[in-house]
Ligand binder design. Structure first.
Ligand SMILES: Nc1ncnc2c1ncn2[C@@H]1O[C@H](COP(=O)(O)OP(=O)(O)O)[C@@H](O)[C@H]1O
Ligand SMILES: [Mg+2]
Length: 328
């Protein structure tokens, strides 16, 4: 998919007024090797503004490396990763354009969270009055903000990182494992903040190796394993990969569905689980073969099951491209 290049001033205008769409992030056949290991392998996907895109993969699957390539902190051996058609390094105000959380967070341990943000704000020419608001937004106000960062829990450091990423009100957020170490309350705060940013038109990419987090946070999902794309698309589509049909004549319907390309599993005496055919196609086949249908509905699979099957697929060589095709 080609992306229209935005000029620098257009992108920073998005930052100020959101009058124009925030930039699309585009990863185009990105490949990265460390020694003889390919850690990011021909990876292509886009991240659209106005949505929270989850970047999901097991530990070591290449998420952080992919994000570092986008931010110019690692170089791709092949392919490119761009922001509104431009490289990160080409922006004159990169920190005002992209709010970033990378792991591990580096904070001066002797400084308080509030002072840390004040210093960042001053360096970036941001009004110091914004600092207290940001601390409130991430749930780190009051005495917690005045404690030294060295004494913070991982969750508190993540809240501080989030405040720092949002400080300059950037149109793009790229957050690597921001929910790591957060308690359930912290994850809800994170979700509300990201939802609000996306609703305001921002482009939000958020990585995690934990499915439950992604189910809470993301509208769209990009799933990788061993550096390769295994699935991508809207969360709702990825969850609804099968349909259920209940009929008093399952044998006839099963044959009909299989001959029109469906993959059919028998759940019980009268229930079929069908993949590869839409609800409309199943209904039409039933009608064509004069089979009575007592139920026809999408099966919302647990993302956990799907995630395991996707990542298992990429371990048995060759199947993953097929899956990526079907699901993307
Ligand atoms: N600077 C590096 N040098 C060598 N290997 C690296 C480097 N950074 C990451 N790797 C390796 O690349 C793979 C992907 O790592 P990473 O991108 O951190 O995965 P994730 O963020 O999904 O856990 C891992 O096997 C990791 O050990
Ligand atoms: Mg990582």
């Amino acid at each position: 998919m080609s992306v229209t290049s935005l000029s620098e001033s257009e992108v920073t205008a998005a930052n100020r007024s959101r009058q124009i769409p925030s930039p699309v992030l585009e990863f185009d056949r990105v490949t990265k090797r460390y020694g003889r290991t390919t850690v990011v392998d021909d990876l292509s996907f886009t991240v659209q503004p106005g949505r929270v895109t989850g970047f999901l993969g097991p530990n070591g699957s290449g998420k952080s490396t992919t994000i570092k390539i986008l931010l110019g902190l690692a170089s791709a051996d092949k392919g490119r990763a761009t922001i509104g058609g431009r490289f990160y390094r080409e922006f004159s105000d990169p920190t005002g354009t992209v709010g970033v959380i990378l792991e591990p967070n580096a904070f001066h341990p002797g400084r308080s969270g509030r002072n840390h943000l004040r210093i960042l704000a001053e360096a970036a020419g941001i009004a110091p009055s914004r600092v207290d608001g940001m601390l409130d937004d991430v749930g780190l106000s009051g005495s917690a903000a005045d404690r030294r960062v060295g004494a913070y829990s991982l969750g508190m450091r993540q809240r501080l990182s989030l405040a720092a990423a949002l400080l300059g009100d950037p149109p793009v957020l790229v957050l690597d494992e921001p929910a790591n170490g957060l308690d359930p309350q912290g994850i809800h705060t994170l979700r509300d903040l990201l939802r609000a940013r996306a609703a305001g038109g921002d482009t939000v990419l958020v990585s995690s190796h934990i499915l439950a987090e992604m189910e809470l946070l993301a509208d769209d999902l990009v799933v990788i394993d061993k550096g390769r794309l295994v699935a991508s698309g809207p969360m709702a589509d990825l969850q609804q990969i099968a349909n259920v049909v209940r009929t008093p004549d399952p044998n006839t319907l099963q044959r009909a569905l299989e001959s029109s390309g469906g993959m059919v599993e028998r759940a019980d005496d009268e229930t079929l689980i069908v993949r590869g055919l839409s609800l409309d196609e199943i209904g039409d086949q039933a009608f064509n073969h004069q089979v009575r249908v007592h139920e026809l509905s999408p099966k919302v699979g647990s993302l956990e099951e799907l995630f395991l099957s996707w990542t298992a697929g990429s371990r048995s060589n060759g199947e993953d491209n097929e899956k990526a095709k079907v699901l993307s």
